[in-house]
Ligand binder design. Structure first.
Ligand code: SF4
Length: 219
């Protein structure tokens, strides 16, 4: 079934009052750390960890790089799996050090090179890599998560559920616009949490007249 991605975007954009760029964070580094901490937990828990780091004035790459791992574990404890995540953060920082902890240097690199390097870091999967690329490095890399797959398969997107097929579908059918990519993923998350939930609230959904599931169940 054909899905007009921009039609879906415009309907969601008019429905949700999201901040431009959507992902919360004071700077790119905080976004990068948040993208890793959000694995397997909710954002409230991530925020507690980020606040712990900020309260100690450690929210910068060098400070976290040189911080003993047991101290880092304590700071990020609210995010769960904190011993594993502390190791992952250290792995990410070890890689970032090869770029002199510089976003300016990173920004000059091509997306695919950075993506491959990120995916080679233990603890960074595709969703985390793409979140870092898009929201922290401002690279055109669409983020796919479980919400995206659930919502778009309900809408009627008949493609294989593997990550890269989904990602390519979005990237091949959307204008190459960073802010659009950022907002679109955010809108999918908002809509999936509020309306297209595990048990969807189809009658309240702005997308219902575009949706295969709605047409099948309610017509
Ligand atoms: S109509 Fe229902 S299934 Fe379709 S997108 Fe909306 S909430 Fe999800």
């Amino acid at each position: 079934m054909y899905i007009d991605l921009m039609e879906v975007y415009n309907k969601l954009y008019s429905e949700y009052n999201i901040p431009e760029g959507w992902w919360p964070g004071d700077n790119e580094f905080e976004i990068m750390i948040g993208a890793l901490l959000t694995q397997n937990t909710n954002w409230n828990n991530v925020e507690k960890s980020l606040d712990n780091i900020k309260k100690r004035n450690l929210m910068n790459p060098e400070s976290l790089y040189y911080l003993p791992i047991n101290e880092l574990e304590e700071l990020i404890r609210p995010s769960g799996f904190y011993t594993v995540k502390a190791k992952y953060i250290k792995n990410l920082l070890e890689w970032f050090k090869t770029y002199n902890f510089s976003f300016e240097v990173i920004n000059k690199k091509e997306k695919e090179i950075l993506r491959n390097e990120l995916l080679n870091i233990k603890g960074i999967g595709k969703e985390t890599a793409d979140s870092i690329l898009l929201y922290a490095f401002n690279k055109l890399s669409f983020v796919i998560d479980a919400y995206t797959k659930r919502m778009f398969s309900r809408l009627g997107l008949n493609i294989k559920v593997d990550y890269d097929t989904y990602k390519n579908f979005f990237e091949n059918n959307l204008p190459k616009d960073i802010m659009l990519y950022k907002n679109y993923h955010g809108l999918i998350v908002e809509h999936s949490k509020n309306i297209c939930k595990k048990k969807p609230l189809c009658e309240n959904c702005k997308l219902k007249f575009l949706c295969k599931t709605y047409k099948t169940n309610f017509n």
